[in-house]
Structures are given as C-alpha cells and as structure tokens.
Design a protein around this ligand. Structure first.
Ligand code: GUN
Length: 289
C-alpha cells in the first residue's frame, strides 16, 4: 500500500516556485484572498494559503467581509482588485453564504487573475485545451500527484465520484486532456449502481464530501485511489473535539490500492501549491506584457 505523500510532493513544488518568485524581484507576486463570514474550515484554508504565500515570498492580502455582506459590496471589491495592476491573483473562498450567487461572483473576477480557475472563461479555456488556462487548483494538484508518483494515466479508466465546479468537473477535463489521456467517467448522487462503476476504475477519485463513503468493496485490486474529502468528524480524544477523515474508508481501501493518498497530507497540500503556481504564472505573464 504505497502512500502518495502529498506533503513531500507539495514541498518540492513550493521550492521550485520559491526560486522563480525570487527571480522576479523587485516584483512580488500578490494574491488577494476574499473571505466571507467565519466558517471554521474556510478560516483554516485561507490561513494556510496566506502562510504558504509568505513562505514562497509572495504577498497576500485578506479582504474579510461579514456573513451579511451584499452582492454589490463584494462585486465592488472584485472590481477594485481587477483594476489594481499590483494584484496578480484573486480568490473568493467557497462556500459563500446562501444569499450570495457564487457563480456570478466568481465570474466577476478578471479571467487573467482567476487563479482558482472558476470563471466561465477559464473553464472554457480548459475545454479548449488552451495553454494559458488557469486550472482549478485541486484537480491540477491531483494530476500533478499522479504524474510525480509515476502513476500511468494514458488509456486508464479514471472514475470521479462528484461533479462539483471546484473538483469533479475540472478534474474530468484535465484527466481527459491530451497528454494525460485517461478515459473518464463522472459519477454523482444519482448514478445507478455506483459500485459497479467504481470497481472498474484504474484511478478512483473520491470528491463527494461524505466521510468514508468509498468502501473496500467498491475498489478494484491495484487501483490508484485519490481521496479529495476533508471531513470533520467528532473525536472526544482530540483537543479540538474533531478529527479529519477523507471520503475513503482508508484502512480497508489501502489494503487493496496500489497507491493511495492519505487525509490529511494527500491532496490538501497540493491544492495550495497549485494556487501558488497559478499566482506565480499570472505574475510572470503580467511582467512579460
Ligand atoms: N473551497 C474549497 N476548495 C476551494 C478552492 O480550491 N478555492 C476556493 N476559492 N474555495 C474553495
């Protein structure tokens, strides 16, 4: 059961990014991070993104809004950031409160600063396989993990469970793209006989958001298993009162898998590394213009 060590792979990528950031001096790549409300998971992800930015020599600025912020205020903030040539990347941490239309807000971000890859333009660029597309960070991190762990993708059956804008859909596009060349199936909550499909996966990507949903009977012997889930479950033995588990029933599935990502320490660190990579790319492009 060889583990894919997302922390080690992310560290290696961040080292590469750090040297490229240093080479841009005196220009400093700058990412603007917008957070709405006080969702504990969002606070933790945003803190991690800002801390990592600082580690690689980038600047980050947090724009913090209360849960009650109006759509207009948020869009005005994005307009200001779009117009600021010293800002190279903009991200709005999801999920947003229910009264805010997520897609409309993501789409207000200039496609050339959309380092999360959530705008219609960047999704379209991904479909068209244009070289300048910003790919969503979690799927980009998954493909990079597969590449750097030597997992073959060409002609392999990649099954993605989950169809979100943030993971499932862009993961399907990246795995399908020329150069990666997987045969892709996307499953979701309405899929019939899910187990029959997941059992045919050479590469199984779990992005459902339900703790330990993928059980050993759903996995083929020798499959490569990528667990995108980060679920908090109550644990009285922890100081915080919770612990993190993935969407995969790790111990039982690990016994069958040829490669598997742990939670934490698998996909999570790669998402942050890819965000830094996209921000750096945006800054490098703006310098060249
Ligand atoms: N929420 C969960 N994952 C992500 C992500 O990659 N980017 C943003 N902006 N929000 C998220």
């Amino acid at each position: 059961m060889p583990l894919i060590d997302g922390n080690a792979i992310a560290r290696q990528i961040l080292q590469e990014i750090k040297s490229r950031v240093a080479a841009l001096a005196p220009i400093v790549p700058h990412i603007a991070v917008v957070r709405v409300g006080d969702d504990p998971a969002s606070i933790s992800y945003v803190t991690k993104k800002q801390k990592t930015a600082a580690e690689v020599g980038m600047k980050s600025t947090l724009y913090l809004f209360p849960e009650t912020v109006s759509k207009g205020e948020l869009l005005a903030c994005l307009d200001t950031l779009n117009a600021d040539s010293a800002v190279h990347g903009i991200l709005v941490q999801a999920p947003l409160p229910a009264h805010l239309p997520e897609t409309e807000i993501f789409n207000r971000i200039s496609p050339d600063k959309d380092v999360d890859g959530f705008t219609s333009t960047n999704i379209g660029r991904l479909v068209q396989e244009l070289p300048g597309a910003f790919a969503a960070c979690t799927p980009a991190g998954i493909v990079e993990l597969l590449r750097r762990s030597g997992a073959a993708t060409a002609g392999k059956h990649a099954v993605i469970v989950g169809r979100s804008l943030i993971v499932g859909k862009p993961a399907a596009l990246l795995l399908l793209a020329k150069g990666t060349d997987a045969t892709v199936t996307v499953c979701h909550s309405r899929t019939h006989d899910l187990g029959a499909i997941t059992r045919s996966a050479d590469i199984l990507i779990a992005a459902i958001g339900r703790p330990r949903f993928i059980t050993a009977d759903m996995v083929k012997d020798g499959a490569v298993v990528i667990d995108v889930g980060i679920n908090r479950i109550p644990d009285a033995t922890k100081k915080t009162g919770y612990r993190l588990v993935g969407d995969v029933d790790f111990d039982a599935v690990a016994a069958k898998a040829s490669l598997i990502t742990p939670v934490p320490g698998g996909v999570g660190p790669m998402t942050v590394a890819m965000l830094m990579k996209n921000t750096l790319a945006s800054c490098e492009l703006s310098v060249r213009d």
